[in-house]
Design a protein around this ligand. Structure first.
Ligand code: DLL
Length: 432
């Protein structure tokens, strides 16, 4: 096994990529028109029909799909093949409103798993590896996706799912896990547990493939040092398949989008204008190979930047930056846009860990924001005067970053509840 899972595809020329995308887009639009009355209605509303779409230059003529469309059409409105051709569903966690149910044919599952296999190989995986999958299994796509990818590479796959940390560590040690797949917050939790037990030097871990939630460069350094591994980012969403829409290579400078399956665009979230590479905006994806759930111009709400510079790894697919937050998860506090990732950057720069919580509330018609952050072994103090001083330092750094004041509360180590899946870092009481 080389350093690519599918070298010909991953290093195709830009011309080849665009030709393929154009051909598949034309077919996909026809498929949606014929089989998704809901989307056909949206196209008709916009006065566009399949004959108007002859390649990716025509993409901008097509209407967007939003999460709200998926909710309105729940559960079958975006299923484009008969149920008898579907072999699987997966679903989002549905924290707000109805869950999204995504359908897969066998070929959809195969292509999804190939995308995950590419991510594993890019992280240095070969058939000699033992892949420890601690993403949740079940409706969530994390476990099933990396599991399938690991099988495709031929690795020994440990379907651990999340939770039961004792058992995770025991299997990691006894079976010599080499690649860990889980959310970055769970990786950090496992790292704490491993270092507390003093078993780091008994493990064979060399790499981690972490995604499903935002994490910063500081957090990457923290996890890499704590576990003695290289930590790679992986991105995806249920609506498009799951993990593996994009993944990091050895350069660790952005995630290559699997452009043979997905066309990426960046738009201004307010005006919906398409922005050029290098500009920050909302990521929009068109899936050009999925048959059961073919989403065209799906607005992800993730804010990021696309980069088409040549990558030293040899892959030619464009890279997306780490999502810098979501246009809908973005907090607006006292009229100011606040991304949780900005707060995390400040905390980690000041030597705190990513065990923090942001509590937003509204008191007497005024927004308040409190940042609770754990002290750790390096900065712990029980001297109240000292704690106030430390809190003030965080407060000033947050004010410089966000432009607004926040209440800062330093709390005892391990007092913020740990997460086995996606971390819950924001509690917005204004919505409750
Ligand atoms: O989180 C799929 C996944 C599983 C990706 C395992 C990576 C690893 P959903 O539950 O549908 O799917 O959530 C999708 O999670 O729109 C982003 O906001 C966020 N997200 C996913 N990956 C990343 C990442 C899975 N690497 C939503 N960095 C997306 C930041 C991410 N946010």
């Amino acid at each position: 096994m080389g350093k690519y899972y599918q070298q010909e595809i991953e290093t195709a020329s830009r011309d080849q990529i665009i030709t393929r995308q154009s051909e598949l887009l034309v077919k996909q639009v026809r498929h949606a028109w014929d089989n998704l009355p809901y989307y056909r209605g949206k196209m008709e509303e916009k006065g566009v029909c399949p004959e108007d779409i002859n390649g990716i230059d025509d993409l901008k003529k097509l209407p967007f799909i939003t999460k709200n469309d998926l909710r309105l059409a729940y559960p079958y409105g975006f299923r484009a093949v008969p149920e008898s051709e579907c072999v699987r569903i997966q679903s989002t966690s549905g924290t707000t409103g109805k869950r999204v149910i995504a359908f897969y044919t066998q070929s959809d599952v195969d292509l999804w798993e190939e995308c995950c296999a590419r991510a594993i190989v890019a992280a240095g995986g070969t058939k000699e590896d033992v892949v420890h999958v601690s993403y949740g299994y079940g409706l969530f796509t994390g476990g099933m996706g990396l599991h399938g990818g690991s099988h495709k590479v031929g690795c020994l796959t440990l379907p651990m799912s999340s939770g039961n940390t004792e058992r995770q560590l025991q299997f990691m040690e006894d079976l010599g896990s080499t690649i860990l797949c889980c959310t970055p917050s769970y990786a950090q939790y496992l790292s704490e547990a491993i270092n507390e037990k003093g078993i780091k030097n008994r493990l064979r871990l060399k790499a981690g493939i972490f995604g499903a939630e935002p994490w910063s460069e500081e957090m990457r350094r923290d996890i890499e040092a704590g576990l003695g591994i290289r930590a790679y980012d992986i991105y995806g969403l249920t609506e498009l398949s799951g993990p593996g829409v994009a993944f990091e290579c050895s350069q660790q400078t952005g995630m290559h989008i699997n452009e043979d399956h997905f066309i990426a665009e960046i738009i201004d979230p307010d005006t919906e204008e398409v922005l050029p590479y290098g500009r920050k905006g909302e990521l929009v994806f068109t899936s050009i190979t999925k048959k059961a759930f073919p989403l065209i111009r799906y607005r992800t709400r993730d804010i990021c930047v696309l980069n088409d510079e040549k990558c030293p790894c040899g892959r030619t697919h464009v890279k997306m930056s780490k999502p810098m937050g979501r246009s809908d998860d973005m907090l607006i506090v006292k009229g100011v846009n606040v991304f949780p990732s900005q707060i995390e950057t400040v905390l980690l720069e000041l030597g705190y860990s990513s065990n923090y919580q942001i509590v937003v509330d509204r008191v007497n018609l005024t927004d308040t924001i409190e940042v609770r952050v754990e002290m750790n072994a390096n900065n712990f103090s029980d001297d109240l005067g000292m704690i106030t001083k430390m809190e003030n330092k965080v407060l000033q750094a947050l004010r410089a970053m966000l432009g607004i004041g926040a209440k800062v509360s330093l709390v005892a180590p391990k007092s913020i509840q740990r997460s086995e899946g996606k971390a819950v870092r924001v509690i917005d009481r204004r919505k409750i």
